[in-house]
Design a protein around this ligand. Structure first.
Ligand SMILES: Nc1ncnc2c1ncn2[C@@H]1O[C@H](COP(=O)(O)OP(=O)(O)O)[C@@H](O)[C@H]1O
Ligand SMILES: [Mg+2]
Length: 159
């Protein structure tokens, strides 16, 4: 489905991949979904966007906490994009990270491990998710899809 086929779209970015991005992204989700009358989806969408954008920030940061500026002194960039046709809400996080900085692979950690559950949570909460590279462009898009249909059939369901 081409982007122009979605009746509702909203973009945030380009954003430098700084640790403040997940907070900014959550605010963007909350305001955008409120404008679309989809406040009931805000909590789950904020969680998904927060996990996806945190992953870009982490992949943009060295293990010692240094940000990965490129040769021209620029940070990796990301964009948050929401698309909705009132039945489905598509959440996309685009980044400019080179493939050498990794790819989204769910880790399924043991119960005693403290991290590695972000994509597992997305697998559980989203109808579907995935990622792809974009031809002719360094970077990738990670996406997650939520169903809206039950909420629009029963608009009185509290959020
Ligand atoms: N946008 C991304 N770019 C590069 N690597 C990623 C990205 N998202 C996820 N990954 C990789 O997938 C792994 C699993 O992600 P996740 O389930 O969120 O766990 P965690 O972030 O706690 O490691 C990450 O450790 C990272 O190696
Ligand atoms: Mg994560």
């Amino acid at each position: 489905m081409a982007d122009s086929d979605w009746p509702l779209t909203s973009d945030l970015g380009p954003l430098g991949a700084l640790p403040t991005v997940p907070r900014l992204a959550r605010g963007f989700v909350s305001v955008t979904l409120s404008g679309w009358g989809l406040d009931a989806l805000s909590d789950v969408t904020e969680l998904l966007v927060s996990e996806l954008s945190t992953n870009v920030v982490r992949a943009s940061t060295e293990p010692d906490g240094q940000l990965r500026y490129d040769d021209e002194g620029r940070l990796p960039l990301l964009w948050i994009r929401l698309l909705c046709d009132r039945e489905r809400l598509l959440i996309e996080v685009w980044d400019t990270l080179p493939a050498a900085f990794g790819a989204p692979v769910a880790r399924h950690p043991g119960p005693e491990e403290e991290s590695g559950r972000g994509l597992e949570i997305i697998e559980t909460l989203a109808e579907d998710w995935g990622w792809e590279t974009v031809a002719g462009w360094s970077g990738k898009k990670v996406w997650a899809m939520l169903k809206v249909i039950l909420l629009s059939l029963y608009p009185g369901v509290p959020g």
